[in-house]
Each structure stands twice: as C-alpha cells, then as structure tokens.
Design a protein around this ligand. Structure first.
Ligand code: HEM
Length: 488
C-alpha cells in the first residue's frame, strides 16, 4: 500500500509542498527551543558553571580580575551573566559555589560549625595564630568569643566614643586649617588603627603605634599568601612581623602583671581573670593571638567603610543635607565644645541609615566563605562534601527583589523592615562580627564630625578600584579638601 513510484512521490511533495515546509519548520523550531530550554533551565540539582582543567580551573581568570581595577568581584559578576544566579567554578583546586540568595544565606548561617565551617587556610593560621577566633575549632570558639565579647560592652563603647571623638575632632580641625587635600582612606586607616590600639592596650605613643601598624599590615598581607618560608615573600615577611608583634605584646603584658603599668582597657579586663578557672579566662597565647585578630579584622574594614561613606554622600547631596541637619540638631542640644556621648550616637537615626546604606553598597567583605562538611542541598541545589560555598553578600545586597532600585544610594530605604538575611554586612549566626557595635559607632562619630563641621570637595573622581585587594577600595583612596561650616 505504501510502495509509491518516484513520480507519485514527486507529485505528493509538489502537492503538499506548503504542508511539508510547515512541518519541517516546526520540527527545526522544536529542536532548537528544546535545546535552548535545556540551557536556560538546567536540572535544578545541578549547578551550572565551568570547572575548567583539573586543579587550575578558572584560577587565572580570578587572579586576573583581582589584578584589575574593576576588582575581584568582576569575576563573579561575569559568571552570573554567563550561567545565571547560581554558578560553580574551580579555584586553586577547590570547587566554589557562589550562593546568591537570602534563603541560601539563612541555611548556611543557621548551620555554621555543624554542616559548614570556615575553610582552614594554613597561611591565615600561621599569621594570626592558631588560637585566633578565626581559626579555633567550635568548642574553643564558643569560650573565646564569650570572653572576648565582654570588653565590647556598652560601658567600654561609651568610653571609646568619647576618646575617638576627641582625637577625630582635633585631626579634622588640623586638616581643615592646613587647607590641603588629604586622602580619606589613609586618614581613616590611621585613625581607626590608633583608636583600636588605645582601646585594646592603651598604646598611644606614636613611634610604637607606627611600628605595630607596619607589622600588622605585613601579617595581614601574609594571611592569604602562599605559605613558603623564603626570604622576601609576603608569607616570610608576615611571619617575621608576627614574631616582633608577639614580643611587643608580651612585654606590655609583663609590665601590667608586674604592676609597673595599669590602664582601664581591653587587655586589663583579660588580665583581671588571671586567677579564674581555665574555662573562664583566656591563656596568654589566646590573648595575644586575639588582640592581633581584633586589630586586623577591625582596621581595614572600618576604614574602607568610612571612605565609601564620604564618596556616596558626595554623590548624593540630598542624603548629605539630611544627615547634616540631624547632626547639627544634636550639636545644638549640647554645651559648646562638648564631645559626643554614646547617648548622642544612639539618637542618630538618619545617621544609622546612612551607615547601613554605605555598608549595603560598599560590601567591604564581598562574600563569606565556608566549606561543606557533608553532602547537602541548598535550595534544591546539590552541594558535595568539601565544596566551598561562598555566601555572596554583594549579590544579596544588590538583589532587585530585595532592594528596589538597588544601585541608588538611598538611606531612607531602611525606614522599613528588611526581609530576613537580606542585610548581612556583618554576617550572621555564631560567627557574626564581634566588632559590629564598635564599627557602627566609629562610623557614626566620623559622619557626625565630618558633616556637622565641614563641607568637602572630592579632588579625584576616578572610580577605579585598588588592584590585588580583597576589600574593595578606591584606587585614589578618595582625596578631599575640607571647608569649615560656621555653626550659628
Ligand atoms: C565596617 C566594619 C566591619 C565589617 C563590615 C565587618 C564585617 C565582618 C563580617 C562579615 C564578619 C563575619 C565573616 C564570616 O561570617 O565569615 C566579621 C567577623 C569578625 N569581625 Fe568584623 N567587621 C567590621 C569591623 C570589625 C571590628 C571593628 C572588629 C573588632 C574590633 C571586628 C572583628 C571581627 C572578628 C573578631 C570577627 C570574627 C568573629 C568570629 O569568627 O566569631 N570587625 N566581620
């Protein structure tokens, strides 16, 4: 019945030519659409991405992004464009998944230490010390964190605010009087460092401060370096600097214990526990490693955030005016020349929103790295034991579903409530930033003195970022010139 002659077949094709063409077209379209759909909607459990060749994977692209003035987050941004919100990659021999959602962040933070942990980096432990809060295992972490938190109480914070305001007012006044341009980043790095050393160990002598600062910078540089003890390398310099720092800190502790020196500071509150049972005190190495950790964790982060606040306020005059109005109102309620108190800082409601918006947009820490301790699923995506999962705070902070018009600097967006885990500049869970309150008051005091006392012009508008930096900072450091405001 189906055996047609050549002529009959030709006749059929000619008669049904149009139907035939439509059918062929439909088959071709169906083929390509189904292929495209497969690419757009991968198996939910499979995370898209390119792992590249074994070990190296995309390491060179990552290093090249880190080495450019667009910053290392550009590596992440590009892969999101190629693969979608969730993607995986291979860096330095490890598979990394960038977790882009507040729901994913919630799951990881909620099972920190149980299902996930910080990856062990040898150079980091060698640099800040094995007893540092950043490196110790769960049980010691709980005890050390509890004991370290004590001196970050409201009482110490109140003292910190007054000391910081005094030093800051004087330094800004000197800069304004000189009428010279200065680099905000250098200024903020120096002043946060000095304030922290004062708060931790009452070190105020300039030559000692500069020596400690130089060594802390070398230790900080060594934290993510290749751990090879060859003279001239970052690692070698960092380990040598650590030895000098430990000697300096030990000497300060010795003087305190001998009664030759005494002060009301963080170190003193640690030493007062000398006679306590072992679970209620820190041993000497724990004190030393954690003083170093606090300086390193606190200085660069806070200083970078201060720099970004100046840049964002310069670009958003309306926010700057509103902030100045609030700060002038606080000044007017105080006796002339009086320094700020913690109560004043607690009244800065618009100021707090400026701090929040600065932290949302600057993403001083771009993502928070963890390692999966077991196979698991996050939002249906399969994660294998040993994979690195990076909570991508930057992606969450710029998610248009969580923040309307996310590229706009708009402190008033914080008038309302945020969705859980949508604002995480200080992390969350058992590893939440220990210096969260100190960082906030430091920024508020800075914003108060700056906007209540001065207007400023930014002297270099270049927006390129510093190369080889893991904390995004302007390459220029944001140079400004101050002009005093006459308060009536
Ligand atoms: C704007 C300034 C700051 C920002 C944005 C910031 C951010 C963070 C974040 C996101 C974490 C958690 C990282 C993670 O989960 O992997 C963290 C941890 C930490 N921060 Fe901060 N920080 C700031 C200032 C400070 C200051 C001033 C100090 C100390 C004086 C400090 C001390 C610490 C310490 C010790 C940890 C480790 C906590 C732990 O593992 O239990 N930070 N910080």
């Amino acid at each position: 019945m189906w055996s047609l002659s050549k002529q009959e077949l030709l006749f059929l094709v000619q008669s049904y030519h149009q139907v035939f063409m439509v059918a062929m077209f439909a088959i071709v379209v169906t083929f390509f659409v189904s292929k495209a759909c497969k690419r757009v909607i991968p198996e939910k459990s499979d995370i898209p991405g390119r792992l590249g060749i074994p070990f190296l994977g995309e390491t060179f692209s990552f290093l090249s992004a880190t080495n450019s003035t667009k910053g290392c987050y550009n590596f992440v941004r590009l892969r999101r464009l190629w693969h979608g919100k969730w993607f995986k990659t291979r860096l330095f021999g490890k598979i990394h998944v960038f977790v882009p959602s507040n729901e994913g962040a919630r799951m990881i933070f909620a099972s920190d230490f149980v299902q996930f942990n910080k990856g062990y980096v040898k150079s980091m432990a060698d640099a800040v010390g094995k007893k540092s809060l950043l490196c110790v295992p769960h049980e010691s972490h709980k005890r050390i964190r509890r004991l370290l938190s004590d001196p970050f109480s409201m009482n110490s914070l109140a003292k910190f605010v007054e000391n910081f305001d005094k030093v800051l007012s004087e330094r800004l006044r000197n800069l304004e009087t000189s009428r010279k341009s200065f680099v905000v980043l250098d200024f903020s790095m120096r002043i946060t460092f000095d304030a922290m050393c004062n708060m931790l160990m009452s070190v105020t002598e300039d030559s000692l401060l500069r020596q400690i600062e130089k060594d802390c910078t070398a230790v900080s540089d060594a934290m993510l370096s290749l751990p090879v003890m060859i003279p001239g390398t970052r690692y070698y310099k960092g380990i040598e600097a650590r030895k000098r720092l430990m000697e300096t800190f030990r000497e300060i502790i010795k003087r305190r214990r001998s009664g030759r020196e005494s002060s009301e500071d963080f170190l003193e509150s640690m030493l007062q526990r000398d006679s306590y049972p072992s679970n209620e005190k820190l041993d000497d190495l724990e004190i030393l490693d954690n003083i170093l950790t606090l300086i390193i964790a606190g200085q660069t982060t806070t200083a970078a955030a201060m720099m970004w606040s100046v840049k964002f306020l310069d670009e958003n005059r309306e926010a700057q005016d509103l902030l100045r109005e609030e700060q002038l109102a606080i000044t007017k309620k105080k006796p002339g020349g009086a320094y700020l108190t913690l109560e004043d800082v607690n009244r800065m409601s618009y100021g707090s929103k400026v701090v929040k918006e600065t932290l949302r947009m600057s993403n001083v820490l771009l993502w928070y790295p963890r390692v999966a301790l077991n196979d698991c699923k996050i939002e249906g995506y399969e994660i294998k034991k040993g994979w690195h999962v990076n909570i991508d705070a930057t992606c969450i902070h710029f998610d248009p579903e969580l923040y309307q018009n996310p590229m706009k600097f708009n402190p008033s967006r914080f008038d309302g409530m945020q969705k859980p885990y949508s604002f995480i500049p200080f992390g969350s869970g058992p590893r939440t930033c220990l210096g969260i309150n100190m960082a906030k008051v430091t920024m508020l005091v800075f914003l108060h003195r700056l906007t209540r006392g001065y207007t400023w012009t930014v002297d270099d508008m270049d927006t390129s970022l510093e190369k080889k930096a893991h904390i995004p900072r302007l390459r220029s450091g944001c140079p400004i010139t101050l002009k005093a405001i006459k308060v009536t």
